[in-house]
Design a protein around this ligand. Structure first.
Ligand SMILES: Nc1ncnc2c1ncn2[C@@H]1O[C@H](COP(=O)(O)OP(=O)(O)OP(=O)(O)O)[C@@H](O)[C@H]1O
Ligand SMILES: Nc1ncnc2c1ncn2[C@@H]1O[C@H](COP(=O)(O)OP(=O)(O)OP(=O)(O)O)[C@@H](O)[C@H]1O
Ligand SMILES: [Mg+2]
Ligand SMILES: [Mg+2]
Lengths: 227, 227
């Protein structure tokens, strides 16, 4: 479902160039459950942004679902992002002036769902992550872990074919982390493809493949038994 | 050094009131190494913001270093914050338009250190957290964990009497986490007081006391052998 061929992402700073990704080649099959690991600054979020069509590769090829992403224009990319991909960002990226409920209702707009139903689906999603009594709070009226759970709900609510989650449990205590991983496991059981950046070994155990990045390259790529 | 007496922090939302802290009483001695734990939304960041003089209690008393914080005006509070306290925020709170270096130089201004020396001290602090080659990057040109390390450097650089760290290793891989914990341990060995929110058991092991919050109250307060 995902094919990367020798992908680079290069930043120019003055007269220096920095390769955040330096030649990444990867194939990910439908319904794989992939953990992306690596030290701070190794390129994980950069990789996720390219996979999620939020950023373009500087060099190389990205084929998603049979289509070359490099050929798509802004409208087509937006369509793919809104309909096929659910994204949990490392810094949540919630709409600051919208309530938790409105934030989770947002992805459903693109699926042509009427407002009353969007409200109902989004409320249920928030109850599922323990935020039933926080639905009207704005992001700055929520704790760090509550914002993270709103971001997770928003990513899961449209039942996306591909979930990209950048450190989904980074701000959560172990009990809440387990509840969140249960929801992500459920999405995987429904046949969806999961790609998750994590630096916690316990979280990576949910996956059946671990890709490790180092200095913008794939250092290792190992299949494992999901435990 | 820190005394809280029956502290409340209440938010009014429409006709409802929400107690983020609901009667917290605590004494923390100089040079203690305290972990604050508890589930998402239990009141940890609210407690840290009050301890760091960034927020005021709605009810109750806070005596810091013998002075009642409730009696201080804005100027006095700012003075305390800038000179006695180092703060690592859950969402980093870096100056968005300043480089990593300028961000880390900032706390030294309040200590009357001349600019050339501020630059030197800040550079060394960034090298210590592995960001020697990222000093001129702006926060949005850094990875999540790199931003976290800049925030940590900025909190440590003024050698504060009290370090308040809200999930200092949340976005860091285990190797980088160990390096950061080494620096925080060093600060403790110099006699400073450390209060750290964490949800990772390995991080809490560095502490000699664990305070657990639940629904805005202290659920347990246990001394332990630092391991
Ligand atoms: N401005 C606000 N208005 C209303 N409620 C708020 C506001 N800020 C925080 N809260 C609520 O206060 C409670 C405590 O928040 P706090 O940020 O202290 O939690 P926390 O323990 O740090 O959680 P986490 O582990 O998720 O970071 C939460 O339930 C939150 O929803
Ligand atoms: N806009 C930019 N300009 C220059 N360099 C950048 C920019 N954005 C990111 N970088 C650099 O690219 C590298 C990879 O960043 P990325 O965010 O992908 O790392 P990461 O693996 O997600 O790290 P972390 O675990 O800390 O979140 C980092 O070294 C970072 O400094
Ligand atoms: Mg990252
Ligand atoms: Mg918090």
């Amino acid at each position: 479902i995902i094919q990367l061929r020798d992908v680079y992402r290069t930043y120019l700073m003055g007269d220096q160039s920095l390769d955040a990704l330096a030649g990444v080649t990867l194939n990910i099959q439908r319904n794989e459950y992939v953990a992306v690991v690596g030290s701070s600054g190794s390129g994980k979020s950069t990789l996720m942004n390219i996979l999620g069509c939020l950023d373009r590769a500087s060099k190389g090829n990205y084929v998603l679902n049979g289509t070359d992403v490099g050929d798509m224009n802004e409208n087509e990319l937006a369509k793919v992002r809104n309909r096929q991909i659910g994204f949990v960002f490392q810094s949540f990226n919630l709409l600051g002036r919208a309530s938790a409920l409105k934030n989770v209702m947002q992805p459903l707009v693109y699926r042509g769902i009427p407002i009353a139903e969007r409200k109902e689906i989004a409320s249920e999603a928030l109850v599922k992550v323990g935020l039933g009594d926080r639905m009207d709070h704005l992001p700055n009226e929520l704790s760090g872990g509550q914002r993270q759970r709103v971001a997770i709900s928003r990513a899961l609510v449209g039942n996306p074919a591909i979930l990209l989650a950048d450190e989904p449990t980074g701000n959560l205590d172990s009990k809440t982390s387990r509840e969140i991983m249960h929801l992500i496991d459920e999405l995987h059981d429904q046949g969806q493809t999961i790609i998750m950046v994590t630096h916690e070994a316990d979280i990576a155990k949910h996956c059946n493949r671990v890709i490790s990045l180092e200095d913008g390259k794939v250092a290792s790529d190992v299949k494992q038994v999901k435990s």
